[in-house]
Ligand binder design. Structure first.
Ligand code: DGP
Length: 109
């Protein structure tokens, strides 16, 4: 696939990963909408929520475990965070991704 996140995952575009596992990467959003703005992206190309199948259950559990780790690592346990799920042709990047937004919000994602 040719979307920007697939290129980042394949390391065709250099990017420092905050977190990487067999199935996920996480990195800072290029255009932050909050004090903490991290993207958690499955390596598997799933275009959007509409393409999620029951076989992705373990992957989605891993996503939320990674979110939990990043919440702890960024001292967000006080609850000042939100997770926004995006992906799809009508959005900017057609590759399922999870925005972790913490602290003060500057704008909508
Ligand atoms: P959306 O599909 O609306 O969730 O927007 C995509 C998000 O991905 C947006 O917050 C900006 C971010 N983004 C797009 N391209 C890059 C990139 O090359 N590097 C990084 N770090 N973030 C990107």
């Amino acid at each position: 696939m040719d979307d920007i996140f697939c290129k980042i995952i394949r390391k065709e575009i250099p990017k420092e990963f905050i977190y990487e596992s067999e199935n996920l990467v996480a990195f800072e959003d290029i255009n932050p909408s909050a004090d903490v703005h991290i993207l958690i992206v499955p390596k598997q190309h799933i275009e959007s929520i509409r393409d999620v199948k029951s076989e992705h259950g373990q992957l989605l559990t891993e996503v939320y475990q990674a979110v939990n780790k990043l919440v702890t690592d960024n001292n967000l346990e006080n609850g000042l965070y939100r997770v926004v799920v995006n992906g799809g042709k009508a959005q900017h990047v057609p590759h399922l991704h999870f925005h972790l937004l913490g602290g003060q919000w500057k704008k909508m994602v």
